[in-house]
Write a protein that binds this ligand. Structure first.
Ligand SMILES: [Zn+2]
Length: 193
């Protein structure tokens, strides 16, 4: 298992209105994994979980990421996950159905934490889960309106699609403007084509 140490710049060096500039060794690793061209870094804001959407422990915004204070025991995992959202729009993975982006964010975070195999073993296979097909088209904007259970189940579905398809196939499907159902068909978990 690999451990990564996250360091924050001294507060005085870069005090932003509500947080500190994220200075994490995870950032270049996530950026490289996604082949992203984005060069700026987010500001990290710590908030009480009560201010986040139902049950969420972290979220990514235009110029900052938010982490619930309660989630600090899993700090690096959440930072890596949110960094995927941060970097993805300027990468070859921009435009994935949002539930697959969530699965990819978990995949990359687990991989960087050295916990990928364990998570694959735990993750329920999409073929055996009940995922409401209408939810597959939910966008990033609509994501926070889903219940925590729906977000978790869709993230698991996305994670299993990443496992089944692999990064290269995700890019191919993106270039083909695939619909969410096309990803399921390509992964062999839906009828047709
Ligand atoms: Zn996410």
């Amino acid at each position: 298992m690999r451990y990564l140490i996250l360091t924050l710049l001294p507060l005085s060096a870069c005090l932003a209105p509500q947080g500190v500039m994220l200075d994490s060794p995870l950032a270049p690793l996530v950026r490289e994994t996604l082949e992203s061209t984005r060069t700026d870094l987010p500001i990290l804001v710590l908030e009480d979980a009560a201010t986040l959407p139902s049950g969420a422990r972290a979220s990514c915004h235009q110029d900052h990421i938010v982490l619930a204070r309660e989630a600090q025991d899993e700090f690096d995992f959440f930072v890596a996950h949110e960094l995927v959202h941060w970097y993805i729009d300027e990468s070859p993975y921009a435009g994935l159905p949002h539930f697959i982006e969530e699965g990819l964010a978990d995949w990359i975070a687990c991989d960087l934490m050295g916990g990928l195999e364990g998570r694959i073993a735990q993750n329920i296979e999409i073929g055996t889960m009940s995922v409401d097909p209408r939810r597959l088209a939910v966008t990033g904007a609509g994501w926070s309106y889903l219940s925590r259970e729906e977000r978790q189940s869709l993230t698991r579905a996305g994670f299993d699609l990443v496992r089944r398809l692999g990064f290269e196939k995700l890019r191919v499907l993106l270039r083909e403007n695939a619909s969410p159902m096309d990803y399921l068909r390509a992964a062999g978990v839906a009828e047709g084509r």
